[in-house]
Design a protein around this ligand. Structure first.
Ligand code: ADP
Ligand code: MG
Length: 704
C-alpha cells in the first residue's frame, strides 16, 4: 500500500495492525524482496538508525538543523501556490512558533492539521525566510504516551511501511530460536556482555539513555556480539567448504615420466614463448604446479593486475594438464575475450598437434555439434568458450582442470554449475580462477579461508607508465585534438561510453551519438562502434578491423572492459568517468599501455546539473590520477566503499557481511578464525546450527 511521504506512522494507523489475509501475501512478497523469509531473518534485520520520540522539545530550546519532536497548536493553515502548490501550517508550542511545509499532501493531512488542533510533530528544524520551518515532518494528533525506547528505522522497500516492520521484526525476535550456539570456550574469549537474544532485543529497541554514537559506529557490546557471530558463521562455512574439498579427490596431474622426443607440451610451450617469464609468473606457476600434482582439487585464485600476464600462466597450467593426459576447459565471461584466448592458445598449441575446441552460444548448430563430439571423445585436449561451456549438452571425456578468467564476472550460480557439472567418478576437477580485480592481500588471507591465492605482483618489463588526466567534459574539443595527434602517429584510440540503456531516460551521451560526432570530427579516419546490443558477428568484425589497425578510433561501451589486447592503442578516453566504479576504470585503463609507446588515459567527467562532482566520484577519479597500481586501487576502493560493499559487489550483489567491517573488526575476525576449526572439531552440532542460522540458504554461495 503506497503511503504518502508526509507521515507514514501516523496518518495511517491501520498499517501497523496485523495484516489482513489478502494483504499478507503482498507483505510477504515485499519481505521476500528484503530476504526476510524466516523468523531469524526478521530478527537479524537491524535498524539503519533510530528516531528519538521519547522526548518533547520546546521550540525555543531547539537549534536550527536539529531533528526534534514538538507538541504544538495549529494557529494557521493555508494552501499557497508560490513558488509551487504547497500546504503551509503554522504551529505554536507556547515558547515559539514554526511553519510546517508540505509539497505532497492529502486532504486527510489538512484535516489533522486544522487550526486549533494540538499535534505532535517530528522533523528537522531549519531557519526559513520569515520563521523557522520543518519540511515534510511526520505528525499526528498530540497526546498518547511517549515511547520508552528509541524508534527503529529499518531498511525497507517501496510499499512496505516502517510501521509494518516495527511490528513484524519484534515478533520475529520473539519466535526465532536464539539459543546459544557459541561454545563456552569461545564465549570466554569474547568476553561477551550480551547474549544474541539480548543483543537483538536491545538493538531493535534501545533505551533512550544509550550513547547514539556507540550504536552508529557499532562499537556497542550488542553490536560487537552480532559482528562476532556473523564473522564466525562466515569462517565456519569457509572452513567447512575447505574440509569438504580436502576430502574430495582430483586426478594428480604429474608430468609424464618420459618426455616425447620434442619434450612435453609444457616445455615446448615455454620454449616457444617470445619472452621470458617474469619472476612473479614463475613463482605463481610453481604454486599452481604444486597444487595440480596433488590428488586434492585445487581451489586457487590467481590475481594479477591488468596486463601482468595471467594468460600465459593459465596456458602453462593447461599444458601440464594435457601432458598428464587429461582435458582442460577455459571459460571467459564475454565472447570477445573468450575468442581472443582461443586464438592465442590455438596459435600456441596447434603447431604441437593439440586439438582445441571452441564453444559459444552464437555458433552454428553444425559447428557446435562437431565441437561437442571432439570434447566427448577426448580428441579436444583444450576447450575454450563462454558460458556455453557449462551447458548440459557439454560432456567431457576426462576433464581435470577448469580455468575461469575474470572470475568475478561470473555469477555465483554459474561457478557452482561449473563445479557440480564436472564432477565425475567421485572426482572433482582442479579449479583455477583468475582476476584482475585484486582483493587486498590481508583481506584475502583472513577472509577467504576456502581459497588459496597466488599473486602476480610485477608487470612484464618494458611497459611505459600511463599518464592519466581528469578533464571536464566542457573541454572535449581539446581531447579530440589529442586524438588527432595520436592518429597522426599511427596509434589507435579507445573511446568508452557508459552502457546504452534505452529504456532509461538518462541523459547519457550514448555511444551512437559519440560515434557520429567523432566520425564527423575526424574525417579520413575510420571510427568503429562496439556495444553490447550489436549482433555477435558484427562485434567480431569490428574487433578484427581494430586488431588489424584499420579502425583508428573504437567507440564502445564497456564490452571492451576485460582482456582485450591491442598493443598499438595508446590513448583511452572514458566519457562520464564519474559514473564508473573504481575497479572498472582501472580495468578499462589497462587496455592501453600494452606496447612500448607512451600511453595516456583521459577521464572525462561531467558534473550534471550540480556545480561539482560528488565526493565519492571525486575520490575515485583522484585515485585513478594518482596511481596505476591495481593493489593500491583496490585498497582505495576498499576505503571509499567499505569492505562489505567491496566484497559484496564481487560476489554478484549479495553483500557477504552485513554487520562486521573487515577493516576495523580485525580482532573479532581473529577470534572467529581461531574458534572455527575448534568448533567444527568439537561442537559439530553447534557449528551447523550457527551456519544455518546466519547463512540459511546462502551458505552455498559462500563456497562458490
Ligand atoms: P592479463 O594478466 O591482463 O590477462 P595478458 O595475459 O593478456 O594480461 O598479458 C598482457 C600482455 O603481456 C600480452 O600481450 C602478453 O603476451 C604479454 N606478456 C605476458 N607475459 C609477458 C612477459 N613475461 N614478458 C613480456 N610480455 C609478456
Ligand atoms: Mg586477461
Amino acid at each position: 500500500m503506497p503511503l504518502p511521504a508526509a507521515s507514514s506512522r501516523t496518518s495511517s494507523p491501520t498499517a501497523a495492525a496485523a495484516p489482513k489475509p489478502a494483504e499478507k501475501t503482498h507483505a510477504q512478497k515485499l519481505l521476500d524482496k528484503l530476504g526476510l523469509r524466516r523468523d531469524i531473518d526478521l530478527a537479524l534485520h537491524l535498524p539503519l538508525r533510530y528516531e528519538d520520540e521519547t522526548r518533547i522539545t520546546l521550540l525555543a530550546d531547539a537549534r536550527d538543523g536539529e531533528t526534534v519532536q514538538i507538541e504544538a497548536e495549529v494557529t494557521h493553515s493555508e494552501v499557497s501556490f508560490k513558488p509551487r502548490r504547497q500546504l503551509r501550517v503554522t504551529v505554536n508550542d507556547g515558547s515559539d512558533s514554526c511553519v510546517l511545509r508540505f509539497i505532497n499532501f492529502y486532504p486527510a493531512h489538512q484535516k489533522t492539521l486544522s487550526v486549533g488542533a494540538r499535534v505532535r510533530v517530528r522533523g528537522e528544524l531549519r531557519g526559513g525566510f520569515v520563521s523557522r520551518e520543518m519540511v515534510h515532518p511526520s505528525f499526528k494528533l498530540a497526546g498518547g504516551e511517549l515511547p520508552a525506547s528509541l524508534t527503529p528505522v529499518y531498511p525497507t522497500v517501496a510499499g512496505l511501511p516502517q510501521a509494518y516492520l516495527r511490528k513484524a521484526v519484534p515478533s520475529g525476535v520473539a519466535r526465532a530460536d536464539l539459543s546459544e550456539t557459541v561454545p563456552a570456550e569461545g564465549l570466554a574469549q569474547l568476553r561477551a556482555l550480551f547474549s544474541l537474544r539480548e543483543s537483538l532485543r536491545f538493538l531493535h529497541q534501545p533505551t533512550p539513555d544509550v550513547a547514539l554514537a556507540a550504536l552508529e559506529d557499532r562499537s556497542h557490546p550488542a553490536w560487537q556480539r552480532l559482528k562476532a557471530e556473523e564473522l564466525l558463521a562466515q569462517q565456519l562455512s569457509q572452513l567447512e567448504a575447505r574440509r569438504i574439498r580436502g576430502a574430495m579427490r582430483a586426478p594428480p596431474l604429474t608430468p609424464p615420466v618420459k618426455s616425447r622426443n620434442q619434450g612435453t607440451l609444457y616445455e615446448q610451450l615455454q620454449a616457444q614463448l617470445p619472452f621470458q617469464l617474469t619472476a612473479a609468473q614463475q613463482r605463481v606457476g610453481h604454486e599452481i604446479d604444486a597444487d595440480l600434482q596433488k590428488n586434492v582439487p585445487m581451489h586457487r585464485l590467481l590475481q594479477g593486475d591488468v596486463g601482468s600476464g595471467k594468460t600465459v600462466v593459465a596456458a602453462l597450467a593447461a599444458a601440464r594438464c594435457m601432458d598428464a593426459g587429461w582435458q582442460c576447459a577455459l571459460m571467459a565471461p564475454t565472447e570477445i575475450l573468450a575468442e581472443q584466448h582461443f586464438r592465442k592458445l590455438l596459435s600456441w598449441l596447434e603447431p604441437m598437434g593439440i586439438q582445441t575446441a571452441w564453444l559459444t552460444g552464437s555458433q552454428k548448430a553444425k559447428e557446435r555439434r562437431e565441437a561437442l563430439a571432439l570434447i566427448a571423445s577426448g580428441e579436444a585436449g583444450l576447450v575454450v568458450g563462454t558460458h556455453a561451456v557449462i551447458q548440459d549438452k557439454v560432456v567431457f571425456k576426462n576433464l581435470a582442470l577448469t580455468i575461469i578468467d575474470e572470475q568475478h564476472r561470473f555469477g555465483v550460480a554459474q561457478r557452482l554449475a561449473l563445479r557440480s557439472k564436472m564432477t565425475a567418478d567421485g572426482q572433482e576437477p582442479h579449479l583455477l580462477m583468475m582476476t584482475a580485480t585484486p582483493i587486498p592481500r590481508t583481506l584475502a588471507m583472513s577472509y577467504y579461508a576456502d581459497l588459496d591465492v597466488s599473486t602476480i605482483d610485477e608487470l612484464p618489463p618494458g611497459r611505459t607508465p600511463i599518464v592519466t588526466k581528469v578533464i571536464s567534459d566542457s573541454r572535449r574539443d581539446e581531447v579530440v585534438e589529442r586524438i588527432r595527434g595520436q592518429l597522426a602517429e599511427g596509434r589507435q584510440v579507445y573511446w568508452v561510453c557508459p552502457l546504452i540503456e534505452e529504456s532509461e531516460a538518462v541523459d547519457l551521451t550514448n555511444a551512437t551519438e559519440t560515434h557520429e560526432s567523432l566520425s564527423a570530427a575526424l574525417p579520413g579516419t575510420q571510427v568503429g562502434l562496439l556495444h553490447s546490443r550489436m549482433p555477435v558477428a558484427e562485434k567480431k568484425a569490428v574487433m578484427v578491423l581494430f586488431n588489424a589497425g584499420q579502425i583508428g578510433v573504437l567507440v564502445s561501451t564497456t564490452v571492451i572492459e576485460v582482456g582485450v589486447d591491442v598493443p598499438n592503442a595508446s590513448l583511452m578516453v572514458i566519457e562520464h568517468a564519474e559514473r564508473f566504479g573504481l575497479s572498472q576504470l582501472h580495468q578499462l585503463r589497462g587496455r592501453v599501455g600494452r606496447g612500448a609507446a607512451a600511453s595516456a588515459c583521459v577521464l572525462l567527467y561531467s558534473t550534471g546539473d550540480g556545480p561539482r562532482l560528488g565526493e565519492t566520484a571525486r575520490a575515485r577519479l583522484k585515485a585513478m590520477a594518482e596511481t596505476q597500481d591495481g593493489f593500491e586501487i583496490a585498497r582505495r576502493d576498499l576505503e571509499i566503499r567499505g569492505p562489505g560493499e567491496f566484497l559484496g559487489a564481487r560476489q554478484s550483489g549479495a553483500p557477504l557481511l552485513r554487520f562486521a567491517d573487515l577493516a576495523t573488526d580485525t580482532e573479532l575476525l581473529a577470534w572467529a578464525r581461531a574458534l572455527a576449526p575448534l568448533m567444527l572439531d568439537r561442537h559439530a552440532d553447534l557449528a551447523q546450527r550457527h551456519i544455518l542460522r546466519w547463512l540459511g540458504g546462502k551458505a552455498d554461495y559462500l563456497k562458490a
